[in-house]
Design a binder for this molecule. Structure first.
Ligand SMILES: [Ca+2]
Length: 487
């Protein structure tokens, strides 16, 4: 599919030359064979280095939200209004058992960009930079002749609200984003403003809701890429529905009649943020006033933020269709981790349970299967492997490419497992999902502590770790997770 050659330039047809002796133009010349030339490099010795790329080389649009749990989809739970994502499920594949390889912002992104589990990529904490010396997703796509772009929340390698230095951008050529900025002030003079920084470190103050601004930047980048004549790899990272819950009013109103369960006792749903810092007296925080102590209200606002992202996804997909790119674009939608929301009496993330480590995952693969829900367990490193495989690379990191699965070969994925881990804090853990069961172990000692039948018991109420009938399963799963982590 993809070749990289030195070509002796012996024709005057494409001779381009400038004063400094190097001409760099993006030409796309369709040949009878259905191939095209991309990136024609003409050097002073008239040698041309070119890449031959099939015309059907797909674009990739990877969209991910922040803290959207696996059930926060209209397809899974009709209380959520997500028509664009529901339609994407019909036009693609929905995974019912997709897991974040590390359910917290920065470490998830470390797994996504390197394809390596946290124990091998070193991104254990938020703001840790990506490791040096490992293949990175954007660099792989750059080498394959793609335009690469990132929009939105980056959260890798920098601190505060300033620009992200080029060496910390994971190889993305086009960039407009920010590190981590949780909330914003909707009132004047701030007017929802969150500053994005582009690849030239220029600040962009857009006085509209950040979710809308993220969508607009994504659309602009799609427009720009469509004019380049090159295939593209674009990642769009929304910060929502991560707290604080600040949806636009029009999305909040969608849920004014919706009932969200709030069984007693419920833990406090409000979580202070550090960037910007929430008031030390939480009762003075506008977010606390909005839903402090009321999980049902928190869930309502959270759902509104999910719907607001869904509207953005709809606009991004409309843009692909308007540009006549939809049929040749792989679209992946997922989230970096979930949100416990009172499940098991817990809140937030960093936990191995379904609502924390489980994420939505939808894949639209041109020419692939559609309208199916697959229960094969997958994790973040599998997304890296799949994205790597799409451009013909065989390097999969710690993951397994899902490409053949997405084309309908489900049989070869029998017994596949997914792994997640959280390597810091007072109780670090690792977990394995395989054949409908989840084994949770301590890390790094790898002692089994919990076993759940997540197919029959998705709320993980019944810990089977001491069940005599499950000891053989536990032993086998322990061997598997040990092999995956220590290899
Ligand atoms: Ca996050």
């Amino acid at each position: 599919m993809f070749n990289n050659r030195e070509y002796k330039f012996d024709s005057s047809v494409f001779l381009l030359y400038n004063e400094i002796g190097v001409v760099y133009r993006n030409l796309c010349v369709t040949l009878q064979s259905g191939y095209c030339f991309h990136w024609l490099h003409v050097k002073t010795d008239y040698r041309v280095s070119y890449e031959v790329i099939k015309m059907d080389k797909p674009n990739v649009l990877f969209i991910f939200s922040d803290q959207q749990h696996k059930y926060a989809l209209g397809k899974t739970d009709p209380v959520y209004r997500t028509p664009s994502l529901d339609h994407l499920c019909e036009d693609g594949v929905c995974f019912s058992h997709a897991y974040s390889s590390n359910p917290v912002c920065g470490p998830y992104r470390g797994c996504l960009m390197t394809g390596l589990m946290t124990c091998r990529n070193g991104v254990d904490h938020n703001n840790d930079p990506l490791p040096e010396g490992n293949p990175l997703l954007a660099e792989e796509y750059n080498a394959a002749g793609y335009e690469t772009g990132f929009v939105g929340k980056w959260h890798l390698g920098g601190k505060g609200a300033g620009p992200i230095p080029e060496n910390l951008r994971g190889g993305f050529t086009h960039f407009i984003g920010y590190q981590c900025y949780n909330g914003f002030d909707p009132a004047p003079p701030y007017n929802n403003d969150v500053t994005f920084y582009d690849e030239s470190d220029r600040p962009w103050h857009i006085p509209i809701h950040r979710t809308q601004a993220t969508t607009e930047f994504g659309i602009q980048m799609l427009n720009r890429f469509s004019e380049s004549g090159k295939p593209f790899f674009l990642m769009v990272g929304y910060q929502a529905p991560h707290y604080p819950e600040q949806p636009l009013k029009e999305f909040e109103l969608l849920y004014k009649e919706s009932d969200f369960d709030s069984p007693e006792p419920q833990p406090e749903p409000y979580t202070p943020t550090f960037n910007p810092r929430s008031p030390s007296n939480r009762e003075e925080c506008p977010d606390y006033r909005r839903y402090g102590g009321r999980m049902a209200k928190y869930k309502q606002l959270y759902a509104a933020m999910v719907s607001q992202i869904d509207a953005g996804v709809g606009r991004l997909i409309e843009t692909l269709k308007r540009l006549n790119l939809y049929d040749n674009t792989v679209i992946i939608y997922t989230s970096d981790h979930g949100d416990m929301q009172g499940s098991r009496g817990l809140t937030n993330k960093c936990l191995p349970y379904e609502k924390s480590a489980g994420v939505p995952l939808i894949v639209h693969m041109p020419g692939g299967i559609s309208g199916r829900t697959l229960s094969v367990p997958v994790d973040t490193t599998d997304l890296f492997a799949t994205l790597s495989n799409i451009i013909g690379n065989q390097y999969c990191g710690d993951g397994q490419s899902l490409l053949s699965l997405l084309k309908g070969d489900t049989g070869s994925f029998d017994g596949k497992n997914a792994v997640s881990m959280y390597t810091i804090g007072q109780s670090p853990w690792a977990m394995l999902v395989q054949n409908g069961y989840k084994l949770i172990v301590s890390y790094p000692s790898l002692k089994s502590v919990e076993l759940y039948d997540v197919s029959a018991d998705p709320e993980e109420r019944c810990n089977l770790v001491d069940d005599k009938n499950e000891q053989a399963r536990i032993s086998q799963m322990l061997d598997t997770i040990t092999e995956r982590i220590i290899k």
